[in-house]
Design a protein. Structure first.
Length: 335
């Protein structure tokens, strides 16, 4: 201990020397194992011709964001940024553009109301008094017709429009009376095959008795059957005869019942007006159709519709898929 005190500097030097030797030994040993530790890293990677599968999730997400970018939405300013609502002056009154409805020129009431917000949605001018009766995309449908469609279509895109039959309107409904009338018969109703029947023309012509099974001249109809019928007459207390003759068309097999002394309808027809590519003040294409017959509208010449029934208030047509469609009358344009 006394030696350390007397030779303190030598002692410190000796300690540092021992420490240095120890560190040197450790570094030497570590260097010896360096190659073993990095052998895997130094090895050449195995060759592979397989291409890693591409993760499309991020690309799909980016595509969706591109197609539907974020938009400014506001319930207070009509979607406008840093500006107030738009206004116009009508009849001396300040009116907010986009509020209220545009009224269809031919359809009255709520069914013909088109929100001005829908007009603005497609960049059309709500202050243009003729905006509803224009056809900006040239598809043949007026803006107002696209606005009342269910659902409404895009008036600025030609491939977006209502079905063509929506431009079909009922103009008239006609009933055609049969030109011949059952007047009297001869023979025993118990043996109708041996009877003859007087079928008279309603206008000028010759009448004669026609046997069962024979054709009524000039009509294409043959007498098919006879049915004797009576009904009670409440006024006299007796009975009135209401017998019927059934006739059948030789070509179409269409049957028609002729009551005694009665005039019957031989057919009905609808007169339609087709308004595709027509302005409000222009007449449409007239299409007459017999009840039960098929017809088409341009440009879908291969799509056949069938007139099922009708009256002066409406007509019912059938689409190729069996769907029944009501055709309303054409209202006169508003002044």
């Amino acid at each position: 201990m006394d030696w350390i005190k007397k030779n303190y500097d030598r002692f410190i030097l000796a300690v540092f020397a021992v420490a240095l030797i120890a560190v040197s030994v450790m570094l030497f040993l570590a260097a010896q194992g360096f190659g073993d530790k990095f052998a895997d890293a130094m090895a050449s990677p195995a060759k592979s011709n397989k291409i890693p599968e591409l993760d499309m999730a991020k690309i799909d997400e980016a595509q969706k964001n591109f197609e539907k970018p974020l938009k400014w939405e506001s319930n207070n300013h009509g979607g406008l940024v840093f500006t107030s609502e738009r206004y116009t002056v009508e009849d001396g009154q300040l009116k907010k553009i986009g509020s209220g409805f545009l009224q269809h020129s031919r359809i009255a009431g709520p069914a013909g109301q088109i929100p001005y917000s829908w007009i603005l949605q497609y960049g059309l001018s709500p202050v243009d008094r003729n905006v509803g009766i224009k056809d900006p995309d040239g598809d043949g449908f007026l803006t107002e017709d696209e606005g009342v469609a269910k659902p409404p279509t895009d008036p600025t895109k030609k491939d977006s429009h209502p079905p063509y039959y929506t431009q079909l309107f009922l103009k008239n409904w006609n009933a055609v009376p049969f030109e011949w009338q059952f007047m009297i018969y001869d023979g025993d109703p118990a043996t109708p095959d041996k009877m003859t029947f007087q079928i008279n023309p309603r206008r000028v012509g010759t009448s004669k008795f026609i046997p069962m099974g024979d054709e009524i001249p000039g009509t294409g109809f043959k007498i098919k059957s006879f049915k004797f019928k009576e009904v009670e007459n409440k006024s006299t207390g007796g009975k009135d005869e209401v017998s019927e003759v059934t006739i059948s068309n030789s070509e179409t097999s269409e049957e028609l019942v002729l009551p005694l002394h009665k005039i019957v309808k031989s057919g009905e027809s609808g007169i339609f007006e087709y308004r595709l590519n027509k302005k409000t003040d222009e007449p449409g294409q007239i299409i007459p159709v017999l009840k039960g017959k098929e017809f088409f509208v341009q440009p879908e010449v291969n799509v056949k519709y069938k007139l099922l029934d009708g009256n002066p208030g409406k007509a019912v047509i059938q689409a190729p898929d069996g769907k029944e469609i009501t055709v309303e009358p054409l209202n006169a344009p508003k002044k």
